[in-house]
Each structure stands twice: as C-alpha cells, then as structure tokens.
Ligand binder design. Structure first.
Ligand SMILES: [Zn+2]
Length: 87
C-alpha cells in the first residue's frame, strides 16, 4: 500500500515537470530613492513589472517612480526559476 502511494506521487511529479523545462528569469530590482521603496522589477531584461498598480512610469524609455516621479535605481538582482521566485 505504501509503495503504491509513493509510485503514484512520483509519476505525478514527473508529468508536472515534463511540459516545461525549468525557466531561468534574470531579474533586477527597481527602487525609488525618494520613496525608499521597491517599485518593481525588470524581468528577463525587457519586461518591467511594478509591484503595485501604476508603480512604474516610463518616461522617454526610462523607468520612473509612479508615485513621486523620481528616477528608479537598480538594486538587488538575481535569477529566478519561476515568476513567483522573483524578488
Ligand atoms: Zn518615488
């Protein structure tokens, strides 16, 4: 009975892994100096994602703080294996 349960969960894991190879998403944190907060992240060097609605504004191609208009500075960076792992 135990063996059968283990086998079932192992094959379920394998099938979950199969459709997509493990992603690697490089990310960079964007923080606002005046606000002192993280406004969002740059994913994969091209996707700008704010942590809250309207958190990042693009002005002439440069990311600015949506709250105070200050220039965003890149902070911590890393590589995530999924979108949820960013930050
Ligand atoms: Zn700001």
């Amino acid at each position: 009975m135990c063996v059968m349960t283990m086998r079932a969960s192992l094959s379920r894991l394998a099938s979950l892994d199969e459709p997509r190879p493990r992603e690697r998403i490089p990310w960079v944190e964007l923080s606002c100096l005046p606000c002192g907060e993280v406004a969002g992240y740059i994913e994969d060097r091209r996707v700008v994602r704010s942590v809250y609605q309207g958190g990042i504004r693009l002005e002439r191609g440069r990311p600015c703080c949506g709250r105070c208009g200050g220039l965003l500075l890149s902070g911590n960076r890393g590589v995530a294996t999924s979108r949820n792992g960013i930050g």
